[in-house]
Design a protein around this ligand. Structure first.
Ligand code: GLN
Length: 380
């Protein structure tokens, strides 16, 4: 049988690869981004409650009404953005599906899509599978800020979409209000659309506030804002997210969504709808994760790793140049196999493999996990 692969050079994702290596070598897994502590008991009870109450058949294609309503309320309160739950909010099977659906709905063969590097691993393959052409703007190193002049030069008549991801995975960079203004000015004379992956929206530190595309009246009109409950409620395994977009964009999004997944897990949607009523659950997240970031940095302060600034997400980049000149992939493998700590090499998030001798460590971990990892990192 001859199979012509659509993604010939793609193998297992770096997250699966490093997690597998960690398991194989009994290493502490700070690579793939997921908490090693459980979600809230009350949320688990709510899922059980809705299953017992018989909410076990298809949900509406666009999502459970109560969940779309509470998302609309939350988005209005946090960002002053009005989205109609009936037509402009769609529940998805996680952030990745929402990204796939939005790109599929918008990209025609030959359209250019601007990606900001380092770029989360699914963006370029999704663009290419839809016949789009990824073009790349690299964040400045080591500030991980957007070079707006370089960005501006990439925009031309073929540009259809730009994909943004702030708070940024893997660097932890965030956007400022001024960045939104600059972006709005650059895009004003163009029909370019935005896909904004904001799954770390509630994990922003140091008193900064999340600059959602939905905050900006002009940018909102051309944006798919993608979100997820995974990082907010420690439920990466439940795979429920959502897409906010103005009516004409949401209409096209839903045409694809209805054939890609049709509808999303019903009892979990009901449970989230009820749990979201308590806004303290997400408003307390910055201090919860900032304490973990600070604890991790404190524990490794005497090591030979040097932290880069991290203003959001649950990832911390560490520079290892005092220890080794090996490329990131090689050092990440050796760190896992010889020292028992797994991390992610950000070079895999660049199409040319740019290597800055830094690794990404996930600090969404229990105190004892961070202690044990730090003990190992401190002796290298
Ligand atoms: N988003 C998670 C990370 O960046 C990984 C998700 C996955 O394994 N695909 O680590």
């Amino acid at each position: 049988m001859v199979i012509t692969s659509k993604l010939p050079e793609i193998g297992l994702t770096i997250f699966s690869e490093m997690t597998r290596l960690a398991l194989q070598h009994g290493a502490i897994n700070l690579s793939q981004g997921f908490p090693d502590f459980d979600t809230h008991m009350e949320l688990k009870e709510l899922v059980a409650k809705y299953i017992r109450a018989g909410h076990n058949q298809y949900a509406p294609m666009q999502g459970v009404g109560a969940l779309r309503e509470i998302i609309a309320t939350k988005t209005r309160q946090l960002y002053g953005a009005i989205y109609d739950p009936a037509t402009e909010i769609t529940i998805t099977t996680g952030g990745t599906q929402a990204i796939y659906t939005a790109v599929t709905a918008m990209i025609h063969p030959g359209d250019e899509v601007v990606l900001i590097e380092p770029a989360y691993d699914c963006y370029a393959p999704i663009v290419r599978l839809n016949g789009g052409i990824p073009v790349y703007a690299a964040l400045d190193f080591p500030s991980y800020r957007i070079d707006w002049d370089a960005f501006r030069r990439l925009i031309n008549s073929k540009t259809r979409l730009i994909i943004l991801n702030f708070p940024h995975n893997p660097s932890g960079a965030v956007l400022s209000a001024k960045d939104l203004e600059t972006l709005a000015a650059i895009l004003r004379p163009t029909p370019v659309l935005i896909l904004s992956d904001e799954v770390y929206e509630h994990i922003v530190f140091d008193g900064l506030s999340h600059q959602s595309m939905s905050r900006h009246p002009e940018l909102r009109q051309r944006s798919f804002v993608i979100n997820s409950f995974a990082k907010t409620y420690h439920t990466t395994g439940w795979k429920v997210g959502y897409c906010l977009a103005p009516r004409p964009l949401s209409d096209e999004f839903r045409k694809i969504h209805q054939y890609m997944v049709f509808a999303v897990n019903t009892p979990i949607q009901h449970a989230y709808a009820e749990f979201l009523e308590d806004n303290q659950r997400y408003l307390s997240l910055p201090s919860f994760y900032q304490a973990k970031r600070d604890r991790f940095l404190h524990l490794i302060r005497k090591s030979r790793f040097r932290p880069l600034p991290c203003h959001g997400t649950y990832y911390q980049l560490l520079d290892y140049r005092q220890i080794s000149e090996e490329p990131e992939m090689q050092f990440a493998r050796r760190l896992t196999m010889e020292y028992g700590v797994a991390a992610i090499p950000p070079s895999v998030f660049y199409h040319r493999g740019d290597d800055h001798n830094v690794l990404r460590f996930c600090f969404a971990k229990k105190e004892e996990t961070l202690n044990a990892a730090a003990e190992r990192l401190n002796i290298i």
